[in-house]
Design a protein around this ligand. Sequence first.
Ligand code: SAH
Length: 293
Amino acid sequence: MKEKAKNFPLLLSEVVDDSSRKLQSGSAYSGNIATPQTATKNAAKNGILHPLDRVASPSKSHINALARSGQNVMILDADRANPLVSEAVRRAMVGRIAKQGVKDMVVLAAMEAIPRHVFMESALASQAYIDASLPIGHHQTISQPYIVARMIEVMRNGGVLGNVLEIGTGCGYQAAVLSRVAKQVFSIERIKPLHALAKMNLRPLRIANIRLHYGDGMLGLAQAAPFDGIILAAAGLEVPQTLLEQLTIGGRLVAPVGARQQVLQLIQRVGQFDWTRETLENCHFVPLRSGVV
Ligand code: SAH
């Protein structure tokens, strides 16, 4: 962990200065928790705050109170000048994730360390810390924070992770969280502009242990295999056998499986030709598709 801290100084000052990501004026907001299902619709509608939702000039104690209350907090550009606020809203988000049952402190710390708003379009960044998936373009989404934490917790299982593979980089958020819990993260994206977006989002964070690949993740990444853990961020009707074969023995793969009705599955490789399978909970992901675009 010490070495990670060195690799990952969390340069929030670099992130907050990015003028291409300026947000609306105002400072903090508390509102209802959006469900993942309504989030995408609401996101487009609510990208810009209603003036009545704005808090003119909130004090630090007001923001801390919001964070403690576990309510949703929207951060706006005044907050960006104050990294403390970002930390407070992330802490509140992590509090909600913990309430939903994620117990792994390493995962919760990773979620607290990664600023989610820098992975989103400026119009939506104000909603970065609600527990919802949100659109990132090309009909794809940034995953809901709870499910990101849950999948990583299940994959990690309290152990030490060497190489891990993520299928479906999207905007790069989950890869950034993974970089805090694994030695080396490989992440594959099949949509070229999203692969480029993830690169752009991750660059200012200067994370040394992420390798992004443009390609079809259904084929895995033979050149970097085997992996202690594999996470699929998109749902297929089944998990490709190629991926199962790229797990180390003892390695764990977590994937959403299904079409309209999806469940989170944990597949563990227990021998050269043996895998066990466990169904965990319902979930909702964008579809896993073959080929590249
Ligand atoms: N990991 C993301 C979530 C990404 S959404 C996060 O950090 O929030 C799922 C992504 O999987 C989409 O960008 C989609 O294009 C991608 N995807 C779907 N099928 C894929 C495949 N076969 N290979 C690689 N990426 C795939």
